[in-house]
Design a protein around this ligand. Structure first.
Ligand code: 6PG
Length: 244
């Protein structure tokens, strides 16, 4: 009998977590392309997914996906230029998008260099045009901050607003910057959502989020509950250490 809910998958170490996350991407891509001819994915930012992204740039995974049929979007972005070290787009480009045969026009970055509200409106419109209303991603990859945020839905930024824009531009005090983020309505319309968390620093928040009170205003990641989709948590043993 596992100590964990069925959708919480615990891996012995960060390398195994990265491989599992990369395989989740490949499997979702292959299924979506087989069933619908395309794979629409929203990438997570931060540091946790970097190792998984790097595996996508290498064999055997690099050629396991028909990148012509892959359409990459972002779950959130820092309001910085795409060349900035803090840019999630730059991180994804540097870790794998530069190395796979994905057509440039298949990658849709959030324009962090633009006025935030305008950038949010523009990306909302792009999502509507490309994915419908609400936009239904095949896979949304998310991380989790130590304060229970996900994407850029942070506590104290009215994170649960089901914004008709689909994308919001909150000013995040704790990050001292504006961010762009998809809203809960977009996240919960997805076919598959994969949340990845690793390291001892995430142990307390993971236990609070999964085992504590349900309070999405305090822990915005608790709002993630796909309406007709699947949610899986992919964590390493260190992050899960407070769950048992
Ligand atoms: C970002 C992410 C953010 C991230 C968490 C976890 O832009 O930083 O979208 O939600 O996933 O903060 O970050 P780490 O993976 O670096 O711990």
């Amino acid at each position: 009998m596992s100590d964990f809910p069925d959708n919480v998958h615990v891996y012995a170490n960060p390398d195994k977590l990265a491989a599992a996350l990369a395989d989740r991407f490949v499997n979702c891509a292959q299924t979506a392309i087989t069933e619908r001819g395309t794979f629409h994915v929203a990438l997570a930012g931060g540091t946790t997914p970097k190792a998984a992204y790097a595996l996508l740039a290498q064999e055997p995974r690099r050629t396991a996906v028909n990148w012509n049929d892959v359409f990459v979007f972002f779950g959130d972005e820092r309001c910085v230029p795409p060349t900035d070290e803090a840019s999630n787009y730059r991180m994804a480009m540097d870790t794998f998008l530069h190395a796979v045969n994905i057509p440039g026009h298949n990658v849709h970055r959030m324009r962090g260099e633009d006025e935030p509200a305008a950038a949010a409106r523009a990306y909302s419109q792009l999502l509507r045009e490309d994915l419908g209303e609400p936009p239904r991603f095949d896979l949304i990859m998310l991380g989790m901050g130590p304060d229970g945020h996900t994407a850029s839905l942070f506590p104290g930024t009215d994170p649960l607003t089901d914004d008709a824009q689909l994308v919001r531009a909150p000013y995040v005090e704790t990050a001292a910057m504006s961010r762009l983020t998809i809203t809960p309505r977009v996240i919960n319309a997805a076919r598959d959502v994969a949340i990845a968390a690793e390291g001892q620093a995430k142990a307390a928040i993971l236990a609070a989020v999964l085992r504590g009170v349900h309070d999405p205003t305090t822990y915005p990641i608790q709002i993630v509950a796909p309406l007709e989709g699947r949610l899986d948590w992919l964590v390493d043993a260190a992050a899960a250490s407070a769950l048992t």
